[in-house]
Write a protein that binds this ligand. Structure first.
Ligand code: SDX
Length: 428
């Protein structure tokens, strides 16, 4: 017998159904609330509101659990390749060898972008932030594939758009970097796998081939997997709501890239490194900066700390922290920012302000240190987050469209002026 929730309003008791998910999460279904009671609910920032039922990612903020389609992030980060995880998120299952070969070769067919798009890059100033370039370029792909605008196109046509996006985003991301350096664009090479190809397009020069370092490829593969999906976060919710209007997938993902850019979301990984450099340049006095983070009068926040859902630890942060030591040691990199980050974490986790607010390092706290060690420039950090999150956005969009979810259109409570008469200009 399924549970019900009882709510008493204006002396009347209403019964609302309770739903329970496969991991025993419970929700009160309020889809009939306004019809029954005339009331709506309000929950600024959606801290207590579920937007959908999803089979893609499960996370438990109290226990620090993160699963993609039932597989733990620890196992996937350790054993899988990023294309395998992309296939898992988008199609629901880990691919067998034939399926993986087909998936990867289909993506390889579409890694080039239309030559005309190179002119777009030339219009950007060298200091253009690559996230601004990337979101524009991804949205512009819709102009080269007008068939993608048809919301009723076939499954095969939708799949082609999915593969084009997975194939072209790395190319456009790498070219945004090359453009900022005013270096020659490097074209994708189909003899490389997904991660090798991206690194080649980022770092190869016309004068010499790029040496593919397996340590760097492995680190990038792990980082992309760790960022691949995270249920209904800000940018994924953006993708779902933009996609719910039946906007094309390129524009929908472009909106997700723009939301991710914010410093409170994916932009935090760039902010963390800039914060660590600021502390390092200020003499490394961690205690002083922890005090600033606690001071309500001071706008300074400990970037890379805190999370809307994780209240004990972010499992991804733990994996990345371990990988930091391993990758930097293997590459022979000694980055003073890592020591500062570890000291900052230790001091904060012993401090009542952070403990009482359940503030722990999140995925962005250590990721920049690895990106820096493998040669990714700071301004490209959030682009790396977008590269990792792309399959998650696609999977969530696909689930929303296949479930024929309605256009997203929240309600509000009006608190403005009540009805009043127009006053002529001469009388104001
Ligand atoms: C990502 O949602 C996802 O899943 C996101 C993500 C994903 O994979 O998609 O995990 C990726 O976006 C990670 C978060 C990256 N952002 C940052 O690191 C920026 C710094 N952190 C925050 O600004 C903050 O912690 C948020 C935005 C992450 C969460 O904000 P909430 O849940 O709205 O919490 P809040 O801002 O209401 O903070 C609660 C309290 C407040 O103090 P009080 O008003 O109760 O006194 O904690 C304080 C905040 O001032 N606080 C911090 C803090 N984060 C929260 N104080 C100092 N430093 C911080 N970092």
């Amino acid at each position: 017998m399924s549970e019900i929730a009882k709510i008493e309003l204006d002396g009347k008791v209403y019964e609302l159904p309770v739903i329970e998910g496969s991991e025993n999460e419970k929700a009160i279904d309020i889809s009939k609330l306004r019809e029954l009671t005339g009331y709506i609910t309000i929950d600024t920032g959606y801290k207590n509101t579920g937007a959908t039922k999803s089979s893609i990612t499960f996370l438990d903020g109290e226990l620090g659990i993160l699963h993609y389609r039932g597989y733990s992030i620890e196992q996937l980060a350790e054993k899988a390749s990023f294309p395998e995880v992309a296939h898992l998120l988008i199609y629901g299952e880990l691919p067998n060898q034939t399926e993986l070969n087909d998936f990867e070769s289909s993506i390889k067919k579409h890694t080039l972008v239309h030559e005309d798009m190179k002119q777009f890059f030339e219009a950007y100033p060298a200091q253009a932030h690559p996230m601004g370039v990337l979101s524009s370029m991804i949205s512009s792909l819709a102009t080269f594939y007008p068939e993608s605008l048809d919301p009723n196109r076939s499954t095969e046509a939708k799949n082609l758009t999915v593969h084009r996006l997975l194939a072209k985003l790395p190319t456009l991301a790498a070219w945004a970097y090359k453009n900022s350096m005013r270096h020659k664009f490097m074209y994708p090479r189909n003899n490389y796998n997904y991660c090798e190809n991206f690194l080649h397009m980022m770092f190869a020069m016309p004068t010499e081939d790029y040496h593919v370092d397996p340590i760097i490829v492995s680190a990038l593969n792990k980082l992309l997997i760790l960022h691949a999906d995270h249920e209904q976060n800000c940018s994924t919710s953006t993708v779902r709501i933009v996609g719910s209007s039946q906007a094309n997938l390129y524009s929908t993902v472009s909106a997700g890239i723009s939301a991710l850019w914010g410093p409170l979301h994916g932009g935090a990984n760039q902010e963390v490194i800039e914060m660590l450099e600021q502390i390092h340049n200020d003499g490394g006095n961690v205690d002083k900066w922890v005090l600033k983070a606690k001071d309500k009068e001071d706008p300074f926040r400990l970037m890379g700390f805190g999370h809307r859902v994780y209240k004990n630890f972010d499992p991804r942060a733990n994996i990345i922290k371990k990988a930091c030591d391993d990758v930097l040691q293997k590459l022979g990199v000694n980055d003073p920012l890592l020591a500062i980050a570890k000291k900052l974490e230790k001091v904060a986790l012993e401090d009542e302000y952070f403990k009482s607010r359940n503030l722990y390092p999140n995925v962005d706290f250590y990721s920049g240190i690895i990106y820096k060690a493998i040669g990714i420039p700071t301004e490209m950090f959030t682009v790396m987050f977008a590269l990792g999150r792309l399959p998650g956005w696609i999977a969530q969009w696909k689930e929303m469209t296949e479930n024929k979810e309605p256009i997203g259109r929240p309600r509000q409570v009006y608190i403005g002026k009540t009805s009043r008469e127009y006053v002529p200009l001469s009388k104001r």
